[in-house]
Design a protein around this ligand. Structure first.
Ligand SMILES: Cc1ncc(C[n+]2csc(CCOP(=O)(O)OP(=O)(O)O)c2C)c(N)n1
Ligand SMILES: [Mg+2]
Length: 936
């Protein structure tokens, strides 16, 4: 023990350990953690012998040789299942040894010709879109760098949907879209007119193409929107997980589906790109492959000029538990690496920063000979017999079909872990010296006549100089329908189950539950007080019991099931976990025990709203992806929905995903005690900015029932207008304040509930007419104001429940637009105007939202209109104090109504001061504190 201790303090030994972990002190350690310090050395003698051998190897053969031996030892130890710590990164060479590359089954010559035609057409399409008078932009250099990565996928791996299942799910790098269009053109999937309509979606409609992958713009083509950096990788992880979930729950056979995500190396800086890697490893998603196109550049310049992005990503992914395949060098390096006995070449590769490699990509063979190979006589000797041209063409792995094939095959064969392929490429590859590796290449869109000629020569295309005289009219190249190339492409796609990308709708409409499922909601809550959140959960329980659709519900929450009273689902529906529950749950004896199961229905994505939203999107588009509709119900703190993951909701809208999104704990004053960060007074407004989002702010259970029923009908039912349902999703804000839910009125106005407003309680006493509109949790305040107004001020106010300010506005805007364009027709009166016409007196709106929410309809209210709202930051206090502070409580509504009546001359102005004093409107302490509870 004492010896061991002394040894550890021995500086000589420290030095030797450091040397053993790398050839120089500047090298980062390759073993994380080193020796476990609490493990005693039982045989110091033997240890000493091993260390002496290592020292001898270093002294006699040098550090590089010693390092090699050490790495081999580690490798052997792993083979023999000795648990040595993971290495964080490996040498800057291909992970797959040349001898381990499988047979390449393709015809390289034909594939090269196909690729050349694709490269040309992609660039020409973008360049044409730059012609004077159009100038709509596009990207050339990105696809130029990743063209082979896609082509090998298309020719040998990506599965289409003709095999009876969902095929593969492929997330294409957004701004590589020109290449995907160019390939579809060769296959006659897109016409020349469509290519000419690139980025001119209205002016060239219907012959047009969207800038990036947008399913909403091209619903038969694109499946996954990706161009908002970071959302593609995040979405791909959860798509792979959703595939597993659907399989485990017996909803679809996804066993042959593989998820491919093509990503940029710059894109990996987004927190969304890397933030959820661990879930993919934890759940063993070997149905997922990331291909990171490491062209070493982002938009402005190098991704890691002074460092090495491939090495950095290798560490990150490996640390997260992924299988990492580095694809750095093409086959022309193989003979050089084979000669590299001293490791000088690998060492040079290891030490050269990315910024320098980028410069090599722009330089001559002579420069590379001098600068890369020049520093060491052994390196110089390696290229002695090569011409400058040969040195120049020592290429990168991401452009070598055979090596790409080997990497993809290895990724598919790898079991138990997701794989990332880090493929090194040159940005702008084959586009010539003005593009390749240039810092500005990302945004360069115009090819000059000289660029075009060089490019044509490089691609060996039979296009004459004359055809290139006007660079904006450069012709597309198609080798002919019957050519060997095109036949080859079709053959390959036939063998791989059809064309990709393809989006199809083949889900059958669901048989939706009838009245019985909603019966309980109709009855109200009797004497019991429950929050609207709980009312929704009760309805959900009833719907989940339905034989037809019950199993299609996918519940999603970010570690908040308990907050929302949904822990009651734990023992029955269970939490999805592919590993099941390998421990005895601490609460196993309780009725509501925590229960994980491989067939669980609930998704518990941890505290990750981004992860949950990605699950929501994958589930909500399963009707298209796999032909099996799922009904996701995602419940979250309303503050952390649109505000935190608004871009993903936009992605959801683009992907035309459907489902129910529940902003629970809504309202700026309703979640007592939480304060500034939690008090949501604006998510309805944010929701209004999303064109696919149908948002409601219901007050009572019976309203929720009608809204959910209609949502199911619109999204999952079939109508002549929408045989496959509508591409919308529902946002409902629900609150945590317990109230008594009334039974549904006999003459309930269902149309009003669904369109956005219904008269819930006409005034019955008082003589001066007025109108109060309220939504959500504010309904009881309005009813209380109605009572006070009648009793104290002889005012007869009708109370309206505004279930959707957003929908009212949307309809009115449509009507206005119609009127603008059809002056000859009888003007359409917005529905809200019609609905409110005939209502007497001024209108006062109140809600737990900022005023902008009800103000959305101001233009169309037929009469004087004002609103009360919770503008500003929320804070922690009692509900009563908060509502008095914002002047949205019942007494404040009374004062507001009187104020409007005074303006109209219907009451004396003098009563206003009286009312303010009587209710102590300016004193937050005078307010009834209201009910308690509701923290999280
Ligand atoms: C969230 C987001 N921020 C910024 C952009 C703008 N943008 C488009 S491409 C790009 C650079 C991409 O670099 P990289 O990921 O390395 O892709 P490459 O083109 O090099 O393959 C940027 C910043 C975006 N599309 N999304
Ligand atoms: Mg890049």
């Amino acid at each position: 023990m004492g010896d061991t201790h002394r040894e550890r303090l021995d500086p000589q030994r420290e030095r030797r350990t450091a040397v053993a972990s790398g050839p120089g002190p500047d090298r980062a350690p390759i073993i994380i953690g080193g020796l476990p310090s609490q493990v005693p050395d039982f045989d110091p003698e033997e240890t000493r012998e091993w260390l002496d051998s290592l020292d001898a190897a270093i002294d006699e053969r040098g550090r590089d040789r010693a390092r090699y031996l050490m790495l081999r030892m580690i490798e052997r130890a792993r083979e023999k299942r000795v648990a040595v710590p993971e290495m964080r990164s490996t040498d800057y060479v291909n992970t797959i040894a040349t001898k381990d590359e499988p047979f390449f089954p393709g015809n390289e010559e034909i594939e090269r010709r196909i690729l050349n035609a694709t490269r040309w057409n992609a660039a020409v399409m973008v360049s044409r879109a730059q012609r004077p008078g159009v100038g709509v932009g596009g990207h050339i250099a990105t696809f130029a760098s990743s063209a082979s990565l896609y082509d090998v996928g298309f020719n040998h791996f990506f599965r289409g949907k003709d095999g009876g299942d969902g095929g593969d799910q492929i997330f294409f790098q957004g701004h590589a879209s020109p290449g995907i269009y160019a390939r579809a053109f060769l296959l006659d999937r897109l016409s020349e007119a469509q290519l000419n309509g690139f980025r001119q979606e209205k002016s060239k409609a219907p012959d047009c193409l969207s800038s990036y992958p947008h399913p909403r713009s091209m619903p038969d083509f694109w499946e996954f929107p990706t161009v908002s950096m970071g959302l593609g990788p995040l979405g791909a992880i959860y798509q792979a997980r959703m595939n597993r979930y659907m399989e485990a729950r017996g909803i679809a056979d996804t066993s042959r589906s593989h998820v491919w995500a093509f990503l940029g190396d710059g894109e990996m800086d987004e927190p969304e790109s890397l933030g959820q890697l661990s879930i993919a490893a934890r759940e063993g998603l070997d149905n997922l492959t990331f291909v990171v196109n490491c062209n070493l550049q982002r938009l402005d310049g190098p991704v890691r000029g002074n460092g090495k992005i491939i090495q950095e990503l290798e560490s990150v992914f490996r640390g997260a538990g992924w299988n990492v395949i580095k694809l750095i060098w093409d086959r022309s390096w193989d003979p050089l690496l084979a000669q590299d006995r001293d490791g000088v070449l690998v060492d040079k590769m290891n030490r050269t920063p990315d910024g320098q490699f980028q410069t090599y990509a722009t330089e001559s063979g002579a420069y590379i000979r001098d600068h890369f190979f020049g520093g060491d006589h052994r390196l110089r000797a390696m290229v002695e017999n090569m011409t400058d041209d040969q040195v120049l063409h020592l290429g990168r792995g991401g452009h070598d079909h055979r090596k790409i094939f080997a990497a993809y095959a290895a990724a598919l064969a790898h079991k138990g872990q997701p794989t990332v392929i880090l493929a090194k490429t040159v940005k702008g590859w084959t586009l010539g010296p003005n593009f390749e590796g240039r810092n500005a290449t990302h945004q360069m869109k115009k090819l000059t006549v000289d660029d075009l000629k060089r490019f044509r020569d490089r691609l060996h295309l039979p296009i004459s100089d004359k055809q290139l005289e006007d660079p904006y009219e450069a012709p597309y190249f198609h080798p002919g329908k019957d050519s060997e190339e095109i036949q080859y492409m079709h053959d390959r796609r036939r063998a791989l189950d059809g064309y990709v990308p393809t989006r199809v709708l083949r889900a059958k409409p669901l048989t939706l539950p009838g009245d019985h499922a909603y019966a309980a909601m109709k009855k109200g809550s009797g004497k019991q007080t429950i929050a609207t959140t709980m009312a929704f959960v009760r309805l959900l329980k009833d719907l989940m019991r339905d034989k037809e659709i019950g199993r299609r519900f996918v519940l999603i929450a970010p570690d908040e099931y308990r907050t929302f009273g949904m822990d009651s689902f734990f023992p029955s529906a269970k939490i999805y976990n592919p590993m099941g529950q390998q421990y005895e749950s601490v609460d196993r004896d309780l009725l509501l025990a925590y229960k994980e199961s491989p067939t669980g229905q609930l998704l518990h994505d941890g505290i990750s709203e981004a992860g949950c939203t990605a699950s929501l999107i994958a589930a909500g588009s399963a009707h298209a992806t796999h032909g099996e509709p799922l009904i996701p119900v995602y419940v979250f703190y309303s503050m952390f929905g649109f505000q935190r993951t608004g871009d993903q909701f936009w992605q959801m809208a683009d992907q035309m995903a459907r489902g129910f999104v529940l902003g629970a704990t809504a309202g700026r004053t309703t979640l007592t005690g939480e304060g500034l960060q939690h008090a949501d007074g604006h998510s309805q407004l944010l929701a209004s900015t999303n064109p696919a989002c149908v948002a409601y702010d219901p007050a009572f259970g019976f309203e929720i029932a009608h809204i959910v029923r209609d949502g199911l009908r619109r999204m999952y039912g079939s109508s002549p207008e929408h045989p496959h349902g509508e591409d919308v999703f529902y946002y409902l804000t629900v609150y945590n304040e317990p109230i008594v839910h009334p039974a549904e009125p006999e003459d309930v106005d269902v149309e009003g509930i669904l369109k956005g407003i219904h008269r819930y309680a006409p005034g019955t006493a008082g003589s001066i007419p007025a109108q109060i509109m309220a939504s959500g949790v504010a309904l009881p305040w309005a009813l209380e104001a109605q009572r006070i107004l009648a009793e104290d001020w002889d005012v007869r106010a009708d109370v309206w429940s505004a279930t959707s300010w957003n929908e009212l506005r949307r309809e009115a805007v449509d009507a206005e637009e119609h009127n603008l364009l059809h002056p000859e027709e009888e003007p359409r009166v917005p529905w809200v105007t019609r609905k409110l016409s005939g209502a007497e007196g001024p209108f006062v709106a109140v809600s737990d939202w900022m005023r902008s929410v009800p103000d959305q309809i101001a233009r169309w209210v037929p009469g004087p209109y004002t609103s009360l709202g919770a503008d500003g930051f929320g804070f922690a206090d009692t509900r009563g104090a908060a509502r008095r502070f914002f002047h949205i409580d019942a007494q404040s509504v009374v004062v507001a109504v009187l104020s409007e009546l005074a303006k109209a001359g219907q009451v004396d102005r003098g009563v206003l001061k009286q009312a303010i004093d009587r209710y102590r409107i300016l004193d937050v302490r005078a307010a009834d504190p209201g009910t308690m509870g509701g923290d999280a």
